[in-house]
Design a protein around this ligand. Sequence first.
Ligand code: ZN
Length: 323
Amino acid sequence: MTTTTSPIQGLHHVTAISTSAQGNVDFYAGVLGLRFVKKTVNFDDPGTYHLYFGDELGRPGSAITFFPWENAYRGQVGTGQVSITHYSVPEGSLAFWRERLSSNGARLIAEEAIFGEDRLVAADPDGLLIALVATADDEREAWTTNEIAADVAIRGFHGATLSLRDGEGVAKILTELFGYEKLAEETARVGVVIRFAVPNGNAARFIDLHVGDELPQGVEGAGTVHHIAFSVPDRAAQKQVQEIIAKAGFHVTPQIDRDYFHAIYFRTPGGVLFEVATDEPGFTRDEEAHHLGEGLKLPTQHEPLRSRIEQVLPKLTLPGAAA
Ligand code: ZN
């Protein structure tokens, strides 16, 4: 069953598990210079935060989100997971990032070239792997800070690497259900990496499948990605993808209102949880663009518990703010 009419546009967001909410703010808003665009709670566990970092508006293809559980066990990055989240940075900026990451205590994992692109792979304080990929043709406007100017700033996601023992099932989903095309294949230190891209997609249109029998088995926990979300324009397009997924035999959830987007989820062969999320309504739904991230936003069902929730959540200090 092949479709060439998938409305998937590339990545929407990546959601990961962490230990410290303040640690997320310090690293993603402070060290990486992303904008802290939304402070809300885990809808299923309102005593913990759900934090969003992205570009000026947290546009689809830029937003990384965290569930910080202060006592979470550390996971293991490996198969059945999104193993590396890729950010796009300007060409010539990797020296700046090498220096900035190491002077802020981030662990540098590799400096390498893959598919003709130079990249720096580093671990965040919980061990989550990110790659800063030097890209020449990314027209997106970056969010900048006092310490990170436009000539080096992150523009948003470039893509993601999924690690799998066997990549066939996910490759089929990408190409037959989501409209991706296989671009290239490279041998890695362990296994192979196969690159896919969605034609005419957003700037976060790349997915690499790192496939190998000997790759370490992933264990969910702090420092690992919980799920990866693909972007569709609206709920009608999402409905269309939901039908395509169901017809292919996967168990896909109903459309769920996540306040800032609508979501459907399904588990892919090998274990990676996929979400398909709408571009509407976005993070300006309940805060003006220049005030994003300032208030604690609660979903309607948890609003009656606001005072109790505010008591249990740790206070967060933004970079540059007076302590
Ligand atoms: Zn999500």
